[in-house]
Design a protein around this ligand. Structure first.
Ligand code: E4P
Length: 250
């Protein structure tokens, strides 16, 4: 399953990119507005940070306006995927843009019937919002299972992007169901890394390591220092340096 970052924040995007975990980006008008920066330079900077599909949302309500905006986005960078809402006009725009070879992410999908129509219109991606359904006491993941079955039944190539992800379990469930993509806020990506047993285990390893005599802790990094060197020698100072980088050893 591909992981996208659901963010227009350059700091978050560059941190996530450095972990090697991010395959693409989704934005929406709310996320862009939060950054309080000029729109086009911001989305171009996102392209420089992440080499993958970057969804940018149209803001017109009519199909003609969406198609116009979509063509502009597609002309700015080949990685841009045009987001259109799951309305009648959004479907019309999807059909036209897809006909021009422009990739469309049909967003704000809340039902299996909507997802069926998005696929028929030629969507590259459909974005069902699981968290917003959960908020209304409807099981968001049940919708992902339905869409997966429908797309498999008829071999629709439209990719299922699980959106409105709120916690790590959404990500695990999406992967178990076989969704193509999950898009995560940075806070959820960070939560995926964490486990209290990892922290406790590391703490214990490093405490035990400190019990070793200085000479035995020699890692042999930097070259030259002899493991048998006495206190105050080059070997001892090498050991002291090694202990300061011992957090990389477990
Ligand atoms: C992604 O494309 C959506 O815009 C996003 O996941 C919406 O998430 P929210 O429901 O947390 O706003």
């Amino acid at each position: 399953m591909k992981l996208f970052l659901d963010s227009a924040n350059l700091k978050e995007l560059s941190e996530a990119a450095s972990w090697g975990a991010i395959d693409g980006v989704t934005t929406n008008p709310s996320l862009i507005a939060k950054e309080n920066r000029e729109f086009v330079p911001l989305i171009k900077e996102i392209c420089r940070l992440i080499n993958g599909p970057i969804s940018v949302e149209t803001v017109s309500r009519d199909a003609e306006g969406m198609v116009k905006e979509g063509r502009v986005f597609a002309g700015l960078h080949p990685n841009f995927v045009v987001k259109c809402p799951l309305t009648k006009d959004g479907l019309k725009a999807t059909r036209q843009l897809a006909g021009d070879g422009i990739r469309v992410n049909v967003t704000l999908c809340f039902s299996a019937s909507q997802a069926l129509l998005a696929a028929k219109a030629g969507a590259y991606i459909v974005s069902p919002f699981v968290g917003r359904l959960d908020d209304l006491s409807q099981e968001g993941m049940a919708l992902i299972r339905q869409i997966k079955t429908i797309y498999q039944n008829y071999r629709f190539p439209t990719q299922i992007l699980v959106a409105s992800v709120r916690h790590p379990l959404h990500v695990v469930d999406a992967a178990m169901i076989g969704a193509d993509i999950a898009t995560l806020p940075f806070s959820v990506l960070e939560a995926l890394v964490k486990h209290p047993l990892t922290d406790a285990g590391l703490e214990r390893f490093l405490k035990d390591w400190e019990k070793l005599p200085a000479q035995a802790k020699e890692l042999g990094l930097g070259g030259g220092a002899s493991p048998s060197a006495g206190p105050g020698s080059a070997g001892a100072s090498q050991a002291a340096r090694s202990s300061s980088i011992s957090h990389t050893v477990s």
